[in-house]
Design a protein around this ligand. Structure first.
Ligand SMILES: Nc1ncnc2c1ncn2[C@@H]1O[C@H](COP(=O)(O)OP(=O)(O)OP(=O)(O)O)[C@@H](O)[C@H]1O
Length: 235
């Protein structure tokens, strides 16, 4: 008897998984996620779409270990987050997060903001500076290293947030509307950079977005509605 050839699907490694995840706020008064199932495969780009308030940020926060589900399981690289030694370890080493409002420290420089996660992860300063030089060259920010965030344009801030999220060379990047605050032209530039960076480094990207045109450029588009994820469609 011959052994069946593995399909492409079974060969792909699952790096992110949410299984029957439920989340509510205000002691159950606001029910947001109602049994979400999601998988993210190694190296793929996934757009998470759906109306405002449907729970995209909530799901990204749970996938990144920034918050805990009421019920259900979230695992990263097959390790369940709430059984992980420390969810913070995930954010230091395995996951990069680009926040909706970038969450940079306005009084610090671009360089200082980007070095913070490397200090938390115990990365040597020379290694961190080399990585910063590389990322800022690739994102066209090398001439802005010493500038305070408050002096940067919206597009430069989002590119800085992208650099910061990638400083520790995570294998997974979670991005919450990474171009949401930008005009159409700047948004396209930042998104091109984002796709280029994740493709070159083989990073898995899960991105919440309202921009259907950008979502179509991801490998997969999943829809959220009424706190559930609906059948993935090909983007
Ligand atoms: N900390 C919180 N406390 C109470 N309610 C919250 C909290 N965080 C989110 N919510 C509510 O949960 C729902 C889902 O919010 P979430 O930010 O996940 O949606 P979203 O799909 O990302 O929305 P948007 O596209 O507008 O960013 C919203 O109704 C929001 O008001």
């Amino acid at each position: 008897m011959t052994t069946p050839m593995p399909t492409i699907e079974t060969q792909r490694r699952i790096v992110l998984r949410a299984k029957d995840v439920w989340k509510s706020y205000d002691e159950g008064a606001i029910s947001v996620l109602n049994g979400v199932d999601f998988v993210g495969f190694e190296g793929e780009t996934v757009a998470l779409c759906g109306p405002s308030g449907c729970g995209k940020s909530t799901l990204l926060h749970l996938l990144g270990g920034l918050d805990e589900p009421d019920r259900g399981r979230v695992s990263v690289n097959s390790v369940e987050i709430n059984r992980h030694r420390s969810p913070l370890r995930l954010l230091r080493h395995e996951i990069g997060f680009v926040f909706q409002l970038h969450n940079l420290i306005p009084d610090l420089t671009l360089e200082e903001n980007c070095l913070i996660p490397t200090v938390a992860a115990g990365i040597a300063r020379t290694t961190a500076l080399a990585r910063l030089r590389d990322l800022t060259e690739r994102t066209g920010l090398s001439h802005r290293l010493g500038h305070r965030i408050q002096k940067l344009s919206g597009g430069e801030r989002q590119r800085t947030a992208l650099c910061r999220a990638l400083m520790n060379q995570p294998r997974i990047l979670l991005a919450d509307e990474p171009t949401g605050s930008l005009d159409e032209g700047t948004s396209a530039v930042v998104f091109d950079l984002l796709l280029d960076l994740v493709a070159k480094e083989g990073v898995t990207l899960v991105m919440a977005t309202h921009d259907r045109a950008l979502a179509q450029r991801c490998d997969r588009l999943v829809e959220m509605h009424d706190g559930r994820i609906y059948e993935p469609q090909s983007a």
